[in-house]
Design a protein around this ligand. Structure first.
Ligand code: ADP
Ligand code: MG
Length: 319
């Protein structure tokens, strides 16, 4: 791009809430034919709310468990009462999640708080990116996240499959919870699709672009959200690990696509860099914004369309 194009582009961008990192970006945006959206925090608000707490496994059916005799600072599960058991599981999960900044973690902590469930301390905490968390809490060692996280520790998530599947079909993100190596329950969080996501996808499709969803979330949840947004189920790439997001972009590019990746998270950063154009949601993580060529200051997916129109208008005006 010429210096003039750069100038016109930045001027326009300032008034439109779309920030371009230099004039070359305008040219790149113009050639884009495939727009890849991250789900959580990009197509959705990323403000998750805890919606469900369900007991699974032996505790759900029986009043099994030991008496409440705190031993060595570790709280034992209550011996009976469904509410008390739910509170125990939620409290354990929230304690574990108190060490994480993930939107899911915040929803669980807030949900516990709202329900008057006490959140305890964490002595050891491990964030497993794109999978969940593992933490030593005052209620035992907690594992919460994707099925795989528990399975990899030798915990059978089979008994949780019923509630997990049902909640995922509702478009919720459902997670099994294990305490001290035993499956105990399922938590679910839900997130609202951003108002303009649907009309933006429709306008991009109208323009002749491919619209793709790339998410670490479960296939069923992803498809339920894609349906709400109007994205073709065949264009949903779900259960993608953070380190693999960039590979999916590369794969599309190898097939000849010119890709714009839109994301907000730390896990989107490599994909934002790999794509011809990386677009960050303004309220997203610093890493995403640093990795992106364009930042949407208003967090509005509709501004993706605006970026495309600005680039088209600017380039044709200057030439
Ligand atoms: P996305 O790509 O949709 O932004 P992530 O890659 O951050 O999602 O996470 C993928 C999946 O890993 C989540 O849907 C969830 O099942 C699990 N997960 C990630 N972080 C956490 C956490 N802090 N607690 C529980 N589960 C988590
Ligand atoms: Mg995200």
């Amino acid at each position: 791009a010429t210096p003039a194009a750069t100038m016109v582009g930045s001027t326009l961008s300032a008034t439109n809430g779309v920030l371009f990192k230099g004039g070359d970006v305008l040219e790149q945006v113009r050639g884009i034919d495939t727009i890849v959206f991250d789900k959580t925090g990009t197509l959705t608000h990323g403000e998750m709310v805890l919606t469900d707490v369900e007991l699974v496994g032996e505790r759900a059916a029986t009043d099994g468990g030991t008496d409440a005799t705190p031993d060595g600072g570790v709280l034992e599960p209550p011996s009976s009462g469904e509410d008390a058991l739910e509170s125990f599981v939620l409290g354990a999960a929230a304690s574990a999640e108190s060490g994480s900044e993930h939107p899911i973690a915040r929803a669980i902590v807030e949900g516990a708080d709202d329900r008057g469930v006490e959140i305890g301390g964490v002595s050891e905490f491990e964030n497993v990116p794109g999978q969940g968390v593992r933490a030593k809490t005052d209620r035992g060692t907690v594992l919460i996240g994707r099925r795989k996280l528990l399975e990899d520790s030798g915990i059978d998530t089979g008994p949780a499959e019923g509630p997990l599947t049902r909640l995922e079909r509702e478009g919720k993100t459902a997670m099994p919870v294990a305490i001290d190596g035993e499956l105990q329950g399922v938590l679910a969080v839900a997130d609202e699709v951003r108002e303009s996501a649907r009309e933006t996808a429709a306008a991009l499709l109208e323009r002749g672009s491919e619209v793709v969803m790339l998410t670490g979330d479960n296939e069923r949840t992803a498809r339920a959200v894609a349906e709400q947004v109007g994205i073709d189920p065949d264009n949903v790439r779900a259960e993608v690990l953070p380190e693999d997001k960039a590979d999916h972009v590369e794969e599309l590019q190898a097939g000849g696509a010119r890709v714009m990746m839109v994301g907000d998270g730390v896990n989107d950063a490599p994909a934002l860099t790999t794509a011809q154009v990386g677009v960050a949601i303004g309220s997203g993580t610093d890493v995403a914004i640093e990795s992106a060529d364009v930042t949407l200051m208003r967090d509005d997916p509709a501004d993706v369309l605006k970026a495309v129109r600005i680039s088209e208008a600017t380039i044709s005006k200057v030439r």
